[in-house]
Each structure stands twice: as structure tokens, then as C-alpha cells.
Design a protein around this ligand. Structure first.
Ligand SMILES: [Zn+2]
Length: 416
């Protein structure tokens, strides 16, 4: 299975001349995309033959033209999907997409910048080959360095995008590798992950259970929501956009951190398989009660699951989605059915008492095992194994990581 990742790297200090070249190219790129969008607005299909000749006049590389056409098709697609009141898309700025054939990454002896990326900036002319621009990359973490070194060797280079943001330039380089992912069976050890609001995730292996609190994230999102309401009253559209960007970045880093920890935990097991709930059934569970929050939390749950799946597959760990119906009501010890009472699960049949999210995650393990051994996917049959209760652990790394950020955000808030 081919799995793709992207790394974002900042471009180092550029000469005035290079900045002019890039700005020029970026504005032409936006122009080209808007040209394609205009054609779509007129009811035409954005085919290669329709736009290529006109866009060629902008003197941009053929690869950039292909990128613009692909981008405009994506924009139209998502525009058509959107519901409600909507205005036809027109871009103010854009990012430039290159395919992997034309990008060159190279290591240099330069003292300041070890790595450079070379990009085409104008259409090639016969007999003239000087249509490339060399950009220095700021590779300042071991993590980024390792990726750059592996591209072309262990990883296959994918497409690259050039972005400008607040007078800084970035490249998003995508890369991929082939991973052999085994089909899990009963001999695999399941790591079940239950998602929820209070505990954003609870991961359970045979020997360990870890709670990843969602409290800070909930609190923070509530703060963003109030800020947004206030800004909306003042029609501060630009501010709302910026706030939304910050909220998304905050949530993403929170989610990715948890996903990373869970996959690290899975890697400790021999023959691990990650068990996730199929969120198609989310409405039937008690996870989300207030209607206005359904959308928000569903988004976060899905994002978290995607992140876990992606990171697990990257290291060759299979992921299985199962129907979680009743997983919050069944006793993971004796299989009896009880009503879940908020955060504590209490079994009237055997007296078992535990955290409700933990109980649900244990049931996910049982359902997986039952499925593997060809039994009906009933939790009752599979739960007669007697195992000592695993040690509970609260993962605070996410907390520590976020605290610094929060302090900064609060400062920002009081300064205003
Ligand atoms: Zn019980």
C-alpha cells in the first residue's frame, strides 16, 4: 500500500531578485487559476485543450499550468458540494503546484543552508535552460532532515507546493513509501481506541490503558466559539478568518499529538492491530448529546481516527473499524447489559465498576476477537477471559505541550 505524507519547510532568506521572481510567478498562478474558474463559471469543462493555449501566454512552466488546472477542478468540485448560500469562487492568492518530475532537491556545501530546492519559474525556451530558481531550505529539526535525506532513497518524491504567507515562503513537499500491511487475525494483539468528548481518546492494550483528556481542547474551542460570536457582532470578517485558522491549527496539533502517542503505544506490542469505532454509528451512541456540538465533535473524532490510521499504516500497523453498537452498555467483564451512567460504568450483574470509556474500549477488543474467531460479533461470547485489570495511565504529554501554547494565547488575549 502506498502511503503519502507531507512536510512543510520554510524557505531561507532570498535576494530581492528572487523575491520578485516568486511574487511574479505567484500572481500569474492565481491569474491562471481564476482564468480556469471563469471558464467553469461560463459552463465549460476545464479541459487541457480549452485552457492550455491561453495560459501558455503567461509564460509559466507547463507543470504549473497543469497544477492550476488541477487546482481549479478541485475548487469547483468542493464548491458544488457546498450547500446553502454561496458565491462563485475567485482567488486572491494561491499556491503553486509542481509535479515530482521537475523538482530537484540537493545537498550543498553552503554553510548557512545545507539543502536547496530547485523550481521552474518560466516556460522553457529552446536553447535556453536558465529557467530555474534555487531556493534555500531551513531544515532545522532532525525530523525534517531525516525526511529530506530519505527522499529519493527510501521515499518517493511526490508533488510540491510553494506557498507565501506573511512575506515568508514555504514549500510543502509530499513523499510516499510502499508499506506492507498485514491482514490481522486472532493472533494479533488489539489496541482499542474509544473516542469521546471528556476523554478524547482511551487506548487499551492487554497491559496498559491510557486516557487522553479532551478537557483542555473543549475549553479552548469554547473560548474560540465565544470569540467568534463577539467578532461576528462587529462584522470583523478578516479577524474571524484568522481566528478560524488558529482554531484549526490548535485542534490539529492536539489531535496529531494524541495519534502519535497511541501509535507509539501500539508499536510496543507484538503484532499490533489498532481497533477503531466505525463512526457511522455515532448518532446511536451517547457520545454527543447537544445537537449544535454534533458537527464539531464528529469532525474532531473523524480527524483523530484518520490521523491514527495514517500514522499506524505508515509503520505497517493494520487498522480495523468495527461497529461499536452497545459497546458502551455491555459489561466488559461478564457481558451483562447495563445503562451507562455518565463517566462511571457499573454492572448490576457482577458488580464490576470502571471508567465508562475504558469499559467501551475493552468491548471493542472483545468484538474484534470474536470476529476473528468466526463467532457472531457479540460481545457476550468473547468476554469470558479473565485478565487482571491493566494499569491506568493519564498521558500528560499533550497537556504539557499545550500549556505553553495556551499561556501564549491568554497573553495575546489580555494584550488586546
Ligand atoms: Zn458485569
Amino acid at each position: 500500500m502506498k502511503i503519502q505524507k507531507t512536510v512543510k519547510i520554510k524557505i531561507g532568506k532570498l535576494s530581492k531578485n528572487k523575491q520578485i521572481i516568486l511574487n511574479n510567478l505567484l500572481s500569474k498562478n492565481t491569474k491562471a487559476i481564476n482564468f480556469c474558474l471563469q471558464k467553469a463559471k461560463e459552463g465549460q469543462i476545464i479541459s487541457h485543450s480549452l485552457v492550455y493555449k491561453d495560459l501558455r501566454k503567461l509564460n509559466i512552466p507547463a507543470t504549473v499550468i497543469h497544477g492550476c488546472r488541477a487546482k481549479s477542478i478541485e475548487i469547483i468540485k468542493s464548491y458544488k458540494k457546498r450547500k446553502g448560500k454561496k458565491t462563485f469562487p475567485k482567488l486572491q492568492n494561491s499556491c503553486i503546484r509542481y509535479d515530482n518530475q521537475v523538482i530537484k532537491l540537493r545537498k550543498t556545501d553552503n554553510k548557512l543552508y545545507e539543502y536547496f530546492i530547485s523550481l521552474l519559474y518560466e516556460a522553457g525556451v529552446k536553447g535556453k535552460s536558465n529557467n530555474r530558481i534555487e531556493l534555500p531550505l531551513i531544515v532545522n529539526s532532525e525530523y525534517q532532515k531525516e525526511i529530506i535525506q530519505k527522499i529519493g532513497r527510501d521515499y518517493k518524491l511526490g508533488s510540491t507546493e510553494l506557498i507565501k504567507k506573511n512575506d515568508s515562503y514555504f514549500v510543502c513537499i509530499s513523499y510516499s513509501k510502499e508499506v506492507a500491511i498485514p491482514s490481522p487475525d486472532g493472533s494479533f494483539s488489539p489496541i482499542a481506541v474509544d473516542v469521546g468528548i471528556n476523554n478524547l481518546a482511551v487506548s487499551v492494550t492487554q497491559s496498559k490503558v491510557t486516557f487522553y483528556s479532551g478537557k483542555k481542547m473543549n475549553w479552548k474551542n469554547e473560548f474560540y466559539r465565544r470569540q467568534k460570536d463577539r467578532l461576528q457582532k462587529n462584522f470583523a470578517l478578516q479577524e474571524i478568518k484568522r481566528l478560524k485558522g488558529r482554531q484549526t491549527r490548535y485542534n490539529n496539533s492536539y489531535i496529531h499529538n494524541i495519534a502519535k502517542r497511541i501509535v507509539e503505544q501500539a508499536k510496543q506490542e507484538e503484532k499490533p492491530v489498532v481497533i477503531l469505532e466505525d463512526l457511522k454509528y455515532i448518532r446511536e451512541t451517547t457520545k454527543v448529546t447537544k445537537k449544535q456540538r454534533v458537527k464539531h465533535h464528529s469532525w474532531i473524532f473523524r480527524r483523530l481516527q484518520n490521523a491514527i490510521e495514517h500514522k499506524a499504516n505508515w509503520v505497517g500497523i493494520p487498522v480495523v473499524y468495527i461497529d461499536p453498537s452497545y459497546s458502551s452498555q455491555i459489561c466488559s467483564k461478564c457481558g451483562g447489559k447495563n445503562k451507562r451512567n455518565k463517566h462511571v460504568y457499573k454492572c448490576e450483574n457482577c458488580g464490576y465498576e470502571s471508567n465508562a470509556d475504558y469499559n467501551a474500549a475493552r468491548n471493542l477488543q472483545h468484538i474484534f476477537k470474536a470476529k476473528c474467531f468466526g463467532e457472531q460479533a457479540s460481545i457476550n461470547n468473547a468476554s469470558n477471559e479473565i485478565k487482571p485489570e491493566p494499569k491506568a495511565e493519564k498521558d500528560d504529554i499533550v497537556g504539557k505541550f499545550q500549556e505553553q501554547k495556551e499561556r501564549r494565547d491568554i497573553l495575546w488575549e489580555t494584550n488586546r
